[in-house]
Ligand binder design. Structure first.
Ligand code: BV8
Ligand code: ZN
Length: 250
């Protein structure tokens, strides 16, 4: 029977993972798509007529904090009703097989942690954490049900904002440095569910390739890195990751 083209790449991806004990994983919105969480650039887009670049900015929050909070609370509600999917669970099983494992996620939905991944770093923050727009105080609360119509405020009186990295804001340098340090000694890098358009995260695949890591992409669509990774699995993560794990010896 004709080998499913994907079967070959699944097998190759499994071989890379079999041969290493140090795995770097980077995920994007696509890994949460099968949990029912809309991606930023997918067909169903994200929200009404706005794009993420219109709302995920300090300027948007300064100009219309109520609109930005409405958008984040809409996303929080969807995320709270969502569950980690087979892709998140497959990454938990992969972590357990590795000596060294680091998962860098661009997602703010907390699903990797809810699935049980231990070594996850949120390069763009977490939608359930708030921080003060003035004094920087953090509130790690899921009090999504704070008074719906008023805006959450810090004890210092200033507005609280979602503790996420907006466009034009710098990403947490300690997470960035930890990822680059890990890449220096990792054997394989797996890129899953990201369109690879948002920097500086989008620069990581090339760094991994330059460092000589074996690189794998899992994405149903081609992306800017599809041509440069060693293995490109053109499939949904919820299908491909459990498949890859099936090929790994127990
Ligand atoms: C910074 C948190 C400057 C908030 C987000 C260099 C060149 C060009 C531009 C820039 C540059 N440097 C900086 C910029 C500007 C900007 C940028 O990159 N703009 C882009 C649009 C060109 N970058 C920034 O502003 C960054 N900050 O650099 O500041 C600076 C520098 C120094 C000093 C001071 C300032 C900060 C960017 C962070 C923005 N925050 N999110 C929130 O979530 O609300 S971005 C957000 O979109 C995500 O976090 C993610 O990073 C990004 C991309 O989304 P993806 O995760 O990739 O998802 P997407 O929807 O795009 O794609 C989904 C993919 O999944 C698709 O490929 C699809 O095929 C696939 N898929 C679908 N279903 C499945 C699937 N895959 C697998 N299985 C499935 N079932
Ligand atoms: Zn404050």
């Amino acid at each position: 029977m004709a080998i499913d083209p994907n079967e070959n790449v699944i097998r190759r991806a499994a071989e890379f993972l079999q041969d290493t004990d140090s795995l770097f994983v980077m995920t994007g919105a696509g890994i949460s798509a099968e949990s029912g969480i809309p991606t930023f650039r997918g067909a169903n887009g994200l929200w009404r007529k706005y794009s993420v670049q219109d709302l995920a900015t300090p300027h948007a929050f300064a100009r219309n904090p109520a609109l930005v909070w409405e958008w984040y609370r809409w996303r929080q509600d969807i995320i709270l009703r969502a569950k980690p999917n087979a892709a998140h669970h497959a990454l938990v099983r992969l972590e357990r097989r590795m000596e060294n494992f680091l998962l860098l996620t661009q997602n703010v939905d907390d699903l990797h942690r809810r699935a049980g991944t231990r070594n996850v770093r949120e390069i763009h923050g977490n939608i359930f954490r708030k921080k003060c727009s003035r004094c920087g105080a953090k509130r790690d609360s899921k009090d999504v049900r704070s008074v719906k119509d008023s805006l959450p405020r810090c004890t210092c009186g200033a507005l609280l904002r979602p503790d996420v990295v907006w466009f034009g804001e710098i990403i947490p340098s300690e997470i960035w440095n930890e990822a680059l340090t890990f890449l220096r000694t990792a054997g394989v890098a797996l890129f899953c569910g990201t369109s690879g358009v948002v920097w500086p995260a989008a620069g990581i695949p090339e760094i991994a390739i330059r460092q000589g890591l074996k690189t794998i992409e899992v994405n149903p669509e081609p992306t800017p890195i599809s041509e440069i990774v060693h293995v490109s699995v053109r499939a949904k993560a919820g299908t491909a990751l459990p498949e890859i794990l099936r090929f790994l010896s127990h």
